[in-house]
Design a protein. Structure first.
Lengths: 114, 115
């Protein structure tokens, strides 16, 4: 079946450090891949997405590249800020099921200190 | 952009009572609504999928008589937790999709505490 595996957190970094949150997936075909961010007490916000192999999604300094060969979609940011502290979720939508729900990883908590 | 308004943002209720959570799409027609439950420090677990005017499709293990979902219009879906018990305490999140080509828009979530 379809699934998403994220690195376990929490991830604790100092401001301006480099961030990588690993995400790998299991799915048939070419799923669409997403990163969502959840700030404390809030719902999920779309951070970035990629819909086909080798696509790079980017937003607010965050990037992730859809790697079909390694079934990965790792999230990176070159210099994190305290305001980036949140929970990050990797998710996929199966390739041939446009109207279905997203499948989420367990989430990775990021804590950035000044 | 697309906005989904979810209310209430938090609610405390007594064991045995029912609680209704609303999700409204404010600037688009939500043809499909998804309801998730999130346990502390865990991922979102899909509870059910509903299409406007149709009965909801529940995931395995989710009691449809306990978690009543209504999607009577293209802008409103409700989740009613009936006869709530402390184990139903959780964070519930809705997500709406407006159809092909539209993304998934999430509500801000509802923190339910059953005492």
């Amino acid at each position: 079946g379809n699934s998403v595996t994220q690195m376990e957190g929490p991830v604790t970094l100092s401001e301006e450090a480099f961030l990588t949150i690993n995400c790998t997936y299991t799915a048939t075909g070419y799923p669409s891949l997403f990163w969502y961010v959840q700030y404390p007490g809030e719902g999920l916000q779309l951070l970035l997405k990629a819909t086909k192999a080798d696509d790079k999604g980017s937003n607010k300094g965050f990037e992730a590249t859809y790697r079909k060969e390694t079934t990965s979609f790792h999230l990176e940011k070159g210099s994190v800020q305290v305001s980036d502290s949140a929970v990050y979720f990797c998710a996929l939508r199966p390739s041939n099921q446009a109207g279905t729900a997203l499948i989420f990883g367990k989430g990775t908590t990021l804590s950035v200190s000044s | 952009g697309a906005v989904v308004s979810q209310h209430p943002s938090w609610v405390i209720c007594k064991s045995g009572t029912s609680v209704k959570i609303e999700c409204r799409s404010l600037d688009f027609q939500a043809t499909t609504m998804f309801w998730y439950r999130q346990f502390p420090k865990q991922s979102l677990m899909l509870m059910a999928t509903s299409n406007e005017g149709s009965k909801a499709t529940y995931e395995q293990g989710v009691e449809k008589d306990k978690f009543l979902i209504n999607h009577a219009s293209l802008t409103l879906s409700t989740l009613t937790v009936t006869s709530a018990h402390p184990e139903d305490s959780s964070f519930y999140i809705c997500s709406a999709r407006g159809g092909e080509g539209y993304g998934y828009t999430f509500g801000s979530g509802t923190r339910l505490t059953v005492v």
